[in-house]
Ligand binder design. Sequence first.
Ligand SMILES: NC(=O)c1ccc[n+]([C@@H]2O[C@H](COP(=O)([O-])OP(=O)(O)OC[C@H]3O[C@@H](n4cnc5c(N)ncnc54)[C@H](OP(=O)(O)O)[C@@H]3O)[C@@H](O)[C@H]2O)c1
Length: 198
Amino acid sequence: MKVAIVGGTGAFGLALARRLVEAGDEVVIGSRDAERAREKASEVGAGAGATNEQAVGGVDLVVLATNAAGTLSTAVDLAQAIGSTPVLSVASDLRSSDSLSLAQRTQDLLGGPVVAGLHSLAAGKLAHGRPDEDAFVCGDDGDAKALALELAAKVVAGRALDAGPLAGARALEGMTAVIVNLNKRYKGHAGIRVTGLP
Ligand SMILES: NC(=O)c1ccc[n+]([C@@H]2O[C@H](COP(=O)([O-])OP(=O)(O)OC[C@H]3O[C@@H](n4cnc5c(N)ncnc54)[C@H](OP(=O)(O)O)[C@@H]3O)[C@@H](O)[C@H]2O)c1
């Protein structure tokens, strides 16, 4: 699979890139600064680094991994370059009081399908190997969701789980706040494993 990681110079994008490169995927690191993208790409053994706009060309899946505050403006800026390519939004806005998720608002700005996922995976753990956790993906487009689930299955030691339609993205995005609070309260590194599924 060929994957572009927009905002791939950050903690989460780079950690994801490491796991995808390890799994044999072709990864392009995107940044607002091409030079920074190239530096970070070579740091994680990714094939290429480029501006976000160049990175999204000709890939199977775009991972939107800028910091949360930059998600929607980046979607507007890249809408034409992304076209109908499927997008995986990993963004969690911890301070948002909007009833629509960032992923749903991103979907409204782009022409192609948007799915949401991987919110419960901490960059710090992902950077050091496949975490012993499950990963969740939700979305309305079956093909885009299948691609995102395929990606998710490569980066966790647990399962990649289909968490239903894109309407569920608000709940997935909220998981980050829950995990942050658990880590603070119990001074740990919480992750999620689902029980009771066949
Ligand atoms: N960190 C985690 O553990 C974690 C876990 C799950 C999900 N997430 C989600 O993953 C995403 C990335 O998290 P992160 O911790 O990697 O964030 P980050 O390091 O703060 O930012 C990632 C990249 O976003 C780009 N960026 C910053 N401000 C921007 C703006 N205004 N417009 C466009 N691009 C901008 C920067 O790249 P350039 O300057 O190179 O363009 C930066 O390296 C977030 O949406 C977060 O909610 C994070």
